[in-house]
Ligand binder design. Structure first.
Ligand code: GDP
Ligand code: MG
Length: 163
């Protein structure tokens, strides 16, 4: 079984852009992997020697009864439960938000490897602004740019090598 990577984070940080970068084919594979549910967005990818499954989250319609936050939390929890490793995506340009803190609090309690990734970091890979993400308590922050394809290879290496 290929390792499963879950992409979690608040809306608009670039999870789906990162998902598209990390995967070549989508959705067709779900039937081949027992235990994966169908209501999320799966893809498979290969970088260097690594082959893996990626789960995107957040592709949902917020409905008035449950609300976007409840639905987001549910999707995050389900994806995390299925994953071998979690990539927590934050927005390097926007900085730390209250929602980031909420998600970080949840992820810190898990005994799953979790990689903190600051997306949209093109042109600011060395920026001291990134250091504010250390306050999320998830260790080192790894800058990437999903839109520009920067940091992808090392991201997959970092995520999968400890497994
Ligand atoms: P999601 O809601 O977390 O899935 O975020 P999306 O992947 O839909 O991206 C949200 C917005 O951020 C879109 O307008 C993307 O084009 C933009 N975006 C995604 N990745 C990057 C990046 O690396 N750099 C910049 N500048 N924008 C990005
Ligand atoms: Mg998305």
């Amino acid at each position: 079984m290929k390792p499963v990577i879950a992409l979690v984070g608040r809306p608009n940080v670039g999870k789906s852009t990162l998902f598209n970068r990390l995967t070549k084919s989508r959705d067709a594979i779900v039937a081949d992997f027992a235990g994966l549910t169908r209501d999320r967005h799966y893809g498979q990818g290969k970088q260097g020697k690594h082959e893996y499954i990626v789960i995107d989250t957040g592709g949902f319609e917020p409905d008035a009864s449950s609300g976007i936050f409840k639905e987001m939390a549910k999707q995050t929890q389900q994806a995390v439960a299925e994953a071998d490793v979690v990539i927590f995506v934050v927005d390097a340009r926007a900085g730390v938000s209250a929602q980031d803190h909420e998600i970080a609090k949840y992820l810190r309690r898990l005994s799953k490897p979790c990689l903190l990734v600051a997306n949209k970091a093109e042109g600011m890979l060395e920026s001291p602004q990134l250091s504010e993400f250390y306050e999320l308590g998830l260790g080192q922050v790894y800058p990437v740019s999903a839109a520009h394809g920067q940091g992808m290879r090392s991201l997959v290496d970092l995520a999968l090598e400890p497994l």
